[in-house]
Design a protein around this ligand. Structure first.
Ligand code: FE2
Ligand code: FE2
Length: 277
């Protein structure tokens, strides 16, 4: 589906019903979670994903200070988007609790507090720089958003496959449906913004090519983000998965032909970590 204007993209998004409604959440067989084994090595992955979902709030706050966040269409989307991401974090936390893994009642506050000062300062600088470039930076923001949403979706798909836990699969399928709608929004807006300007294409490609790192890294310790990547994507099939479902789809964006940043970065992390073992 391709759109001619940003308004069309927003209209499409607003027509999508929420998947993780109260009814959906109430219908989940929470009481059955303990009946199935949960591979211990996936617990840190679930915690990482939970935290990254919760940190969306901070990113949202930051983005609201930029011309991208002030765009009426994007800000309308982001209000609902950031709510949905919060639900993802909460639902993953509940899954962990029902599986017998205790978490602090104030985990959200703790996660936010743990974000390093370096990250906060760095983010502040990026926001200020972004404001200098102005609206031309929107394409970069949207491309970054599309890559993050796409890679998160693939992360959840892999997680469901590796965990092979029926209740977790059901939960993740719900989350994935919402992530797919996010991807579609970001990617469609990115395409329109990139199509409009060669400068935007060059800038977005430069920033992605030089600064893209997996979602959550920077805000969360590198050890945790590397662990998640290696657990989900190590091995030939994991890397092929990223190539097919993320890299090749990014290459379809205007100005992004041939870019392999995401595959390269993930491959590099996997290689570094597996050679340590
Ligand atoms: Fe999410
Ligand atoms: Fe998302």
């Amino acid at each position: 589906m391709s759109f001619e204007t940003k308004k069309d993209v927003l209209d499409w998004y607003e027509k999508q019903p929420r998947t993780l409604t109260k009814e959906f959440i109430d219908r989940i067989a929470w009481q059955d979670i303990k009946k199935y084994p949960l591979d211990e090595k996936l617990v840190p992955v679930l915690l990482y994903m939970r935290d990254v979902e919760a940190l969306t709030d901070m990113y949202y706050e930051e983005l609201r200070r930029t011309p991208t966040g002030k765009d009426p269409i994007i800000s309308k989307f982001m209000e609902r988007w950031s709510n949905e991401e919060q639900t993802h974090g909460e639902i993953l936390n509940r899954f962990l609790n029902e599986a017998g893994i205790e978490t602090d009642e104030k985990w959200q506050t703790q996660v936010r507090r743990a974000v390093s000062r370096f990250y906060t300062v760095n983010n502040y600088l990026i926001t200020s720089l972004t404001n200098l470039v102005g609206k031309k930076f929107t394409a970069t923001h949207m491309t970054f958003g599309a890559i993050h949403e796409m890679s998160t979706t693939q992360g959840y798909r892999r997680l469901a496959e590796l965990a092979n836990h029926p209740v977790l699969t059901e939960i993740l399928q719900g989350i994935i449906r919402e992530e797919s709608a996010h991807t579609h929004f970001y990617r469609s807006i990115a395409r329109l913004e990139l199509r409009n300007s060669e400068f935007s294409q060059k800038l977005a490609r430069f920033i992605v090519g030089n600064f893209w790192t997996p979602v959550g890294s920077g805000a969360k310790p590198k050890t945790e983000s590397d662990y998640t990547i290696v657990t989900l994507f190590s091995g030939k099939d994991g890397l092929e998965w990223i190539d097919k479902n993320v890299t090749q789809r990014i290459q379809n964006l205007p100005g992004f032909q041939g870019i392999t940043k995401v595959s390269d970065k993930i491959g590099e992390i996997v290689l570094q970590q597996t050679s340590k073992i």
